[in-house]
Write a protein that binds this ligand. Structure first.
Ligand SMILES: [Fe+2]
Length: 459
């Protein structure tokens, strides 16, 4: 066992021996330049199209079913539709399977027309297996690979990357580079992808550049997409009144496999985790489709197979930063009791361009008349992580509220990413990495114990 892991386990044992975990929160004294960096220019090397006429670009994959025995491969051909077939198999010389995809284009505003956007679903995959896949035609053939997640089971280890609000600045590039060094298996992406909407008429060329920028990772491992406000692209003044139009054309999700009716809320089951993705920007009031789906979905969670219940939602329910303060409050009021009752382990949010981790906390006693509207430490409740620190063009959210609330365990206005490494049914190691440090430096760390199998443990 590596020395770092041994130390972490010793700290965990100390905590379990009675050292209280719900100590006063820490506001990191770490200081850095708050200089806001612009997006990388369109001729930056990370945006360079691949060589060859009509070469497939912006390649990315996500799960094609709930558990990873199917994978959706998406790509764009810029000049014409070209081949719509994915060949795949266990080695480059035996790409014996084929998947026929769909192809579509969309327009945005008066001047943008997308390339040819392809989506093909690779099926009948084996769990925990590396596949190679090939797309393109003629001189512009490209080959990639991915490993399917292991078969779901209570003690199957798995390492998630946690990234939110990434954008396409130099900071974004740092975040992606640091994440690449983490050796994680998949990313839970917590919303706000390209930030193309910061440009006049939401210049969708910035959706294309973001697709080329992130390909170096997301073509090789599945990213699970949460919808953020920067995916809305609602611009009635230029005739764009269909919310989420670029996102829905470019980034499919396996929503139907979990009984959802919209791509913005759904679930996947990977290794020992049941991951629920919610949409802050779709209706969630009582009786709405998302409300009805979540109610049914929580009843489907089987902790004996997937012990870890993780929820992704863009707008945070607990956040002690001035930016976007209380924007997630109505959704918290709607759903928090359900997550406490379900003993959810972790709620991941973004939106606030800063980092924060809370203790296990709830605020569910309030009934309008009783005055009990204060968050309290609650061992049955999830911990909350705000990971909206991917590094986008809007800069850092550096104005924290004072005093630091009791529920806030650690907060810092830095860009970075986190990982959640599930060890078994009882323990998961969570680590946050700020971009300003070396790729192996951990700036915040916590061991989470499972709320189902260790319900009274203090971590
Ligand atoms: Fe956001």
């Amino acid at each position: 066992m590596p020395m770092g892991r041994v130390l972490a386990m010793l700290l965990l044992l100390a905590a379990r021996a009675g050292v209280p975990c719900a100590t006063a929160g820490v506001t990191s004294p770490y200081r850095r330049s708050l200089q806001m960096l612009p997006d990388m220019p369109l001729d930056a090397d990370v945006f360079r199209p691949p060589p060859g006429f009509n070469a497939p670009e912006q390649v990315h994959i996500t799960l094609g079913d709930q558990t990873g025995r199917a994978m959706i491969v998406s790509w764009v051909t810029p000049e014409h539709a070209g081949s719509n077939v994915v060949r795949y198999g266990l080695s480059a010389h035996h790409l014996t399977f084929t998947a026929e995809g769909t192809v579509q284009r969309y327009t945005f505003g008066p001047s943008y027309k997308s390339g040819y956007i392809h989506h093909a679903t690779l099926t009948d995959l084996e769990y925990g297996t590396r596949y190679l896949y090939r797309i393109g035609f003629g001189y512009a053939v490209r080959t990639f690979s991915f490993k399917t997640p292991p078969k779901p089971g209570p003690d199957v280890p798995f390492k998630f990357g946690l990234i939110g609000d990434l954008g396409q600045t130099y900071h974004s590039n740092d975040t992606l580079t640091h994440y690449e060094a983490s050796n994680a298996d998949a990313v839970l992406f917590i919303g706000d992808l390209s930030y193309a909407d910061n440009y006049p008429q939401h210049d969708n060329n910035r959706w294309d550049s973001w697709g080329r920028f992130t390909e170096r990772v997301v073509a090789y491992q599945p990213w699970i997409w949460t919808t953020g406000n920067h995916e809305l692209d609602f611009v009635p003044e230029i005739g764009e009144t269909e919310p989420f139009k670029p996102f829905r054309n470019r980034y499919p999700t396996p929503f139907a496999a979990s009984g959802s009716t919209q791509p913005h809320w759904y679930s996947v089951r990977m290794a020992s985790a049941h991951v629920i993705v919610l949409s802050s920007y779709s209706a969630y009031g009582k009786y709405t489709p998302q409300w009805a789906w979540l109610k049914a979905e929580l009843a489907r969670v089987d902790r004996s197979v997937t012990p870890w219940l993780v929820v992704c939602v863009h707008s945070p329910w607990y956040n002690s930063n001035d930016y976007h303060y209380m924007e997630g409050e109505t959704m918290r009021v709607q759903f928090e009791q359900w997550l406490v009752d379900a003993r959810a382990d972790l709620v991941l949010a973004g939106h606030v361009h800063s980092y924060e981790r809370t203790h296990r906390v709830s605020n569910v006693a309030y009934d309008v008349a009783n005055g009990k509207a204060t968050p309290v430490l609650n061992g049955s409740a999830p911990a909350y992580v705000n990971i909206g620190d991917g590094g986008n063009i809007e800069g850092l959210a550096d104005k924290f509220r004072w005093p630091q609330p009791d529920y806030s365990a650690f907060r810092e206005a830095s860009f970075g990413h986190a990982t959640l490494e599930i060890m078994n049914r009882t323990h998961a190691l969570y680590q946050w990495h700020r971009n300003d440090d070396g790729v192996k430096v951990v700036a915040d760390e916590a061991w989470f114990t499972n709320r189902h199998f260790l319900p009274t443990d203090t971590n």
